[in-house]
Design a protein around this ligand. Structure first.
Ligand code: 5GP
Ligand code: ZN
Length: 109
C-alpha cells in the first residue's frame, strides 16, 4: 500500500535489517525500543489493524511468525502487544505485533 512505512520496509524501498523473515511476515527491531529487546512482527500483506483482520489463515500465519521470531531470538519469556486504533496508541496503520523482552523502559506500551 502506498504511503505505508511498513509496506515500504517490506518492499525494501526503505532499507531495514530483518531479524526474521518467512514468506508471510518480517520481523524488525523497533526504531524506538521500549525494552532491551523490542521487535515488531509485521505481516507482508497490508492489513490496517486487528479490526480489519478477518482471515483466520492470515491470523495463524502471524502467530506462526511470532513463534518463529522468538525462537530465532532465543526468547522464552516475552510480552506481546497489539495496539489497535489511535486512542489505544496505534501510530502505524499496518498491523504489527510488538515483542518485548528484558528490562522494559516503561510499564505500558
Ligand atoms: P504502534 O504505536 O503503531 O503500535 O507501533 C508502531 C511502532 O513502530 C512504534 O513503536 C515505532 O517506534 C515503530 N516505528 C515507526 N516507524 C518505524 C520505522 O520506520 N522503522 C522501525 N524499525 N520502527 C518504526
Ligand atoms: Zn502497509
Amino acid at each position: 500500500m502506498e504511503d505505508c512505512i511498513f509496506c515500504k520496509i517490506i518492499n525494501k524501498e526503505i532499507p531495514s535489517n530483518f531479524v526474521y523473515e518467512n514468506e508471510d511476515v518480517i520481523a524488525i527491531n523497533d526504531l524506538n525500543p521500549k525494552a532491551e529487546t523490542h521487535v515488531l512482527v509485521i505481516p507482508k500483506k497490508h492489513v490496517a489493524s486487528l479490526n480489519e483482520l478477518n482471515d483466520e489463515t492470515e491470523a495463524l500465519k502471524i502467530f506462526k511468525g511470532i513463534k518463529e521470531t522468538v525462537k530465532k531470538l532465543g526468547l522464552t519469556d516475552y510480552r506481546t502487544v497489539i495496539n489497535t486504533g489511535k486512542n489505544a496508541g496505534q501510530t502505524v496503520f499496518h498491523l504489527h505485533v510488538h515483542i518485548l523482552a528484558g528490562k522494559l523502559s516503561i510499564e505500558n506500551l
